[in-house]
Design a protein around this ligand. Sequence first.
Ligand code: NAD
Length: 490
Amino acid sequence: MAVEKQRGGVPAVATWEYASAPESREIVSFKERYGIFVGGEEVAPRSRSWFTTVSPATEEPLAEVAQAGPKDVELAVDAARDAFEPWSAWKPAERAKVLFRIARVLQERSRELAVAESLDGGKPIKESRDVDLPLAAAHFFYYAGWADKLEYAFPNRRPRPLGVAAQIVPWNFPLLMLAWKIAPALACGNTVVLKPAETTPLTALLFADVCRQAQVPPGVVNIVTGDGETGAHLVRSPGIDKVAFTGSTEVGKAIQRELAGRGIPLTLELGGKAANVVFEDAALDQAVEGIVNGIYFNQGHVCCAGSRLLVQESIHDQLVRKLKRRMATLRLGDPLDKNTDIGAINSRAQLDRITELVASGSEEGAEIYQPPCRLPEKGWWFAPTVFTNVAQSHRIAREEIFGPVLSVLTFRTPDEAVEKANNTMYGLSAGVWTEKGSRILWMADRLRAGVVWGNTFNRFDPASPFGGYKESGFGREGGRHGLEAYLRFS
Ligand code: NAD
């Protein structure tokens, strides 16, 4: 055991070395090259174009993936169109069985898929293993249960599927976002064309194999890989009946403009700048765990990350001291090591964005703290960071950083906390820490956020709806509400 001196007047903490506990990467094998998944088969892209997906932790190439062009997208949409009539005519209970099978195969292959997710995306294995995979399976289990109960979910409204759903997902929770999209769509009798993000396509491609194993009828699930251009082709396709998008607010707005006047229902799950509000009566050690989970989980690549910490002034110094001490215990490094708390930043572009915003924080006068931590030489990394003395006008208090960077602001009264928490263009989530249940409810009534967590943060359950206010988007995923986005009523 060694005693390490901390910077910034923070008390010294005792540290000891962990032996590494790497998960085996042998459990997953990638092909050298992947085509697109159309009509139940992998086919070479008509575009004859591929790109390489790499591990952000080592920059090692993992596989070549198709850059689907307009013809590839049309092929996938046509396959989904052809499959729609027969699939929607299936007995709902039979459709449910398909979803149950997918859920079970996800569970059976969860170790393999978790390793794939961590390799391709850089997130710690303990998160992909304990959060992404169990939740992805839970979403399929949950929506399997609704497939033959839609008439009960929406009594007297004659729910019917929409048709072909175009679904576009980001890179922060690749398989989980896929599950959020595909599970409700299939449960309602739609067929889908899904496009994963360009930096994390591999678990979606492995999911194609899960579909084959689960005997999903050909054409019900189609997967096209590629960058934003591929996504734009998909949104422009005349053969789609619905668009579900999760990603940045900027692209969400572009998609909304593209769909204007076409009568195609749209759901948008966009960015966030959540307030995590700590009152002076809160259990501070628990709050510190919630703050750490809120912003350093998945390197802060979380749309609902608690990136603005609002602390009641009377406990500011004490809380910040505790927080810094806890930050010094976070372990950054190999995503496949089971001890790792903070993995790699997903891409060089994202690292550049985080670096630029953090520099602006210091330039605008906020005070930065990073615990001593050695960053690996290869790959893309960013140390856990907290800024104190942050003003509401600072960019780090207004813009989504999407990295392991926390901005601390203070308040004196509950009204001021509400005002500051709502002072953002976003409205996805918020957290409230207090020992008074009535105060949590009082705050939840006033916070303009789709989800408000009380004395916890980043809690997800497939039965609970999730979605935004303001520029965080519209529509809900999860729960009974999540079905509505894939149905029409008459
Ligand atoms: P992004 O908007 O750049 O990309 C998201 C997806 O859209 C990718 O698959 C990308 O290839 C595709 N895309 C890009 N341009 C497109 C276009 N013109 N037309 C169609 N598709 C296009 O976002 P990102 O950087 O991958 O993800 C980070 C963002 O996602 C953050 O803002 C985060 O808050 C948000 N996010 C939101 C939620 C939520 O549920 N609200 C969940 C996860 C991530």
